[in-house]
Design a protein around this ligand. Structure first.
Ligand code: SF4
Ligand code: SF4
Length: 334
């Protein structure tokens, strides 16, 4: 692996990361969508509320990063103003995650100086792979959006969610990513939450063997082309320490109904430990996610054991082959 560095990105409390879902509405109906309106609300947050919540979240750290998400965040007509507010409030980096439809002329209403990264979601190197997962026409539209963003000088990244439907398609991504001119490539693993948890789509998960045979190799190929690649660790090596980001990092997953989670795997359940109330972020009483974080089990992540145990392989003696890492633990190549 000449010239490519690989590292596990350590958890830190030196920066707060805010994942701000400003609405849950979306024009697409992706098969693996993790948005769950019953748990996350259906509101489109008014700009005034976005501002008040951003003020609260900006105070969590001297270095705070914000990612605007949805649903599809560009469906929010005030997203450009929200971006500028975040900049004025001193957020260190501002990212917008989009499916590429870029509603309300989003790219025409913000500048590359105002948005640090526009991040696109694409789940295949061709429409034949992507569109059955994300919807007819979504491949063409996403590529169009990426090209517009690159042409206008925005920093861009691409997110690819791996499932059984598109694992082989990952092999076709290196040349596409290179030709598009994106700076970063994020590989995600499909989670059993949102639609996959409720809609009988559990067989979309890939096995450990499938993951390890494909993902690190393709990541290396892409990194070799000068593009930074991140992908989840998922399986800890023997002896590798386990850490729960809920205890050792500073992440906030914020939803339009005011729920704030510290762990994304908890998002389908009323386990949020914080809640926006009258524009303050207050602790939730009773059993919440924070009661799970300190639990030590041989399988590693407690929430993984509870909601998606199919990725745990047990030996005949009852021990597990590999501990499952925190879903937020990433490998980075670049
Ligand atoms: S684009 Fe995102 S929010 Fe919309 S359906 Fe797909 S995964 Fe869900
Ligand atoms: S995914 Fe698991 S390890 Fe990570 S924050 Fe949630 S409970 Fe903790």
């Amino acid at each position: 692996m000449t010239g490519i560095s690989k590292q596990t990105v350590a958890f830190t409390r030196d920066a707060a990361n805010v994942f701000f879902h400003i609405l849950t509405r979306c024009n697409l109906r992706c098969r693996h969508c993790y948005i769950n309106p019953e748990a996350h609300g259906t509101e489109t947050l008014p700009l005034r509320t976005i501002e008040r919540w951003l003020r609260v979240l900006a105070k969590k750290s001297r270095k705070a990063n914000v990612v605007f998400l949805g649903g599809e965040p560009t469906l929010h007509p005030d997203l450009p103003d929200a971006v500028r507010l975040a900049r004025r409030l001193g957020f260190s980096s501002i990212t917008v995650d989009t499916n590429g439809y870029l509603f309300h002329d989003f790219l025409g209403r913000v500048s590359p100086e105002e948005v640090d990264v526009v991040s696109f979601s694409l789940d295949g190197p061709t429409a034949e792979t992507n569109d059955p997962i994300r919807g007819a026409g979504s491949y063409r539209q996403c590529l169009k959006g990426i090209r517009q963003a690159v042409d206008r000088g925005f920093s861009t990244s691409l997110i690819y969610t791996v499932s059984r439907e598109n694992l082989t398609g990952l092999e076709g991504m290196p040349s596409l990513v290179e030709s598009l001119g994106v700076q970063r490539f994020f590989i995600q693993v499909i989670g059993i939450r949102g639609k996959p948890a409720g809609g009988g789509e559990k067989d979309l998960q890939v096995s450990r063997r499938q993951w390890l045979e494909t993902v690190p190799r393709v990541a290396e190929d892409i990194a070799g082309r000068g593009i930074v690649v991140n992908y989840p660790k998922v399986y800890l090596d023997p002896g590798e320490p386990f850490a729960c980001a809920g205890l050792v990092a500073d992440n906030y997953f914020v939803f339009p109904n005011g729920r704030v989670y510290r762990c994304p795997l908890c998002e389908d359940h009323p386990l949020h430990s914080l809640q926006m109330v009258n524009d303050r972020m207050v602790p939730v009483t009773g059993i919440t996610e924070v009661d799970l974080f300190p639990l030590q089990i041989p399988e590693g992540c407690v929430m993984n054991r509870l909601i998606q145990p199919d990725n745990i392989v047990y030996r005949p003696d009852g021990g597990c082959e590999h501990r499952i890492a925190c879903c937020l633990l990433k490998e980075q190549l670049g």
